[in-house]
Design a protein around this ligand. Structure first.
Ligand code: FRU
Length: 439
């Protein structure tokens, strides 16, 4: 066995905090400088108060923009705003003022943003293309009407620093369906139109537009496909290459009804012809993006330059089962690490795989190698392991595993808290802790 432990560079993990802390003086000062108990040092978290889904992720002029579902007056979910942060590497974030506030049409639920490069909307100019955000307005559901979710639009011509709501909102009215939300918009070059994918109760609907303002329905997908244990939310639709060809991936979050309870994200692989998405998988197959409980409402960044070409993903690292109770203060929730998505051929067919983005390697600091040894049962490794687990990366290598045995690593602290990560070498799967504990 071989164990390599890499600790984060000291100044880099501080850098994360300092960037955040400096920006907080403007909008939300906290005394601790991002050093509170349980404050993630690499995962994005809001300076203070409530956060859920990532929204409007778009790359523009050297900056990755991240907007997010935010309630600035409490650490539990409430009237939704779009919080905002920018980064040059998806690791060090600068917190910016709230981008979108609720208005007379409703709270600002999840949605996406694009750079309208050809100024099809006329909201900017060819020289200074507008950034356009398309989101769900959520108005009062108590009014006993079903049409309280509509799609609205806002735009920015100063690199996302200030936003103006489009004066003819909503751009897509509600046809009388209570769950009608979370638009993800992208440019489809082959059909020369904007395509919006929208979560509608138990399926998704696709809409097309030439100018981001007028939308017409193209098709529906999903009533008979995948998991249906809860409402469908936060879809995304994008191409990924495999063997010199292109397949289309449809991401879809579902709550409840996730693989391990509560919220989770499933996906479909198939084709999109500019009108209709068709899945290659039999209707009853369900593919999950993650088997853990804390990756929800994730979608991918828009406008990543062709020269980069990656499909970059970020999810909300929580679950509606307990999101409102997680014991942190003065903020609640964090995002997953940014990941690169790709397709891989497996014995069972094509699958979406995710890898942490390569930028994360830049914050590796000192590393320590623990010499190989034969393990029978359990071995405690503590000598020479003077590192802070929370800001370290651990690489484990097992070079021969006895037939039928699971292996794993347990991380524990002085308070007796333990996390066990197991691996089943036959199935090539991370396995559940009890599978090891029983041995
Ligand atoms: C997903 C979700 C979205 C909605 C938003 C509201 O977690 O329920 O469907 O737009 O959160 O905050």
């Amino acid at each position: 066995m071989f164990l390599l432990v890499a600790c984060a560079k000291k100044q880099d993990s501080q850098q994360v905090s300092q960037d955040a802390a400096a920006a907080q003086t403007e909008t939300s000062p906290t005394a601790s400088g991002f050093k509170e108990t349980h404050r993630p040092q690499f995962h994005f978290s809001p300076a203070k108060m409530w956060m859920n889904d990532p929204n409007g992720m778009v790359y523009h002029k050297g900056e990755y923009h991240l907007f997010y579902q935010h309630y600035p007056d409490s650490t539990v979910w409430g009237p939704m705003h779009w919080g905002h942060a920018v980064s040059k590497d998806m690791i060090h974030w600068e917190h910016l003022p709230i981008a979108l506030y609720p208005d007379s049409l409703g709270w600002i639920f999840s949605g996406s943003a694009v750079v309208d490069v050809n100024n099809t909307s006329g909201l900017g100019s060819k020289e200074n293309p507008p950034m356009v955000a398309i989101f769900t307005y959520h108005s009062d559901p108590k009014a006993k009407r079903k049409d309280f979710q509509t799609q609205g639009m806002a735009y920015s011509t100063d690199n996302g620093r200030t936003w103006t709501k489009y004066k003819e909102n909503p751009v897509l009215p509600n046809p009388g369906i209570a769950d009608f939300r979370d638009p993800k918009v992208s440019w489809h070059e082959a059909s020369k139109q904007w395509v919006m994918i929208l979560a509608v109760a138990d399926h998704v609907e696709l809409y097309g537009s030439k100018n981001l303002k007028n939308w017409s329905k193209l098709s529906e997908f999903g009533k008979t496909h995948g998991a249906h244990g809860g409402v469908w939310e936060c879809p995304d639709l994008f191409p990924l290459p495999i063997d010199g060809k292109q397949k289309w991936v449809l991401l879809l979050s579902i709550n409840p009804g996730g693989i391990h309870g509560g919220s989770a994200t499933q996906y479909f692989i198939g084709n999109f012809d500019g009108k209709k998405f068709t899945s290659d998988n039999p209707p009853k197959t369900t593919l999950w993006l993650d088997y853990g409980k804390d990756n929800y409402a994730g979608v991918t960044w828009s406008n990543i330059p062709a020269a980069d070409g990656r499909r970059l993903f970020l999810g909300w690292m929580s679950n509606w089962q307990y999101a409102n109770q997680v014991p942190t203060s003065p903020w609640r929730s964090a995002m997953t690490l940014p990941r690169e998505l790709s397709l891989r051929k497996t014995g069972a067919g094509l699958r979406v795989v995710s890898q942490p983005v390569k930028e994360l390697a830049s914050i590796r600091g000192e590393s320590k190698e623990i010499p190989g040894q034969t393990i029978e049962g359990r071995v405690t490794i503590s000598e020479g392991v003077a590192f802070t687990v929370a800001t370290s990366e651990v690489q484990l290598e097992f070079d021969s595993i006895r037939q039928g045995q699971d292996v794993g690593i347990e991380l524990s602290n002085e308070q007796g808290q333990r996390v066990l990560i197991g691996y089943n070498a036959v199935k090539k799967f991370l396995c559940r802790p009890h599978a090891i504990r029983q041995k």
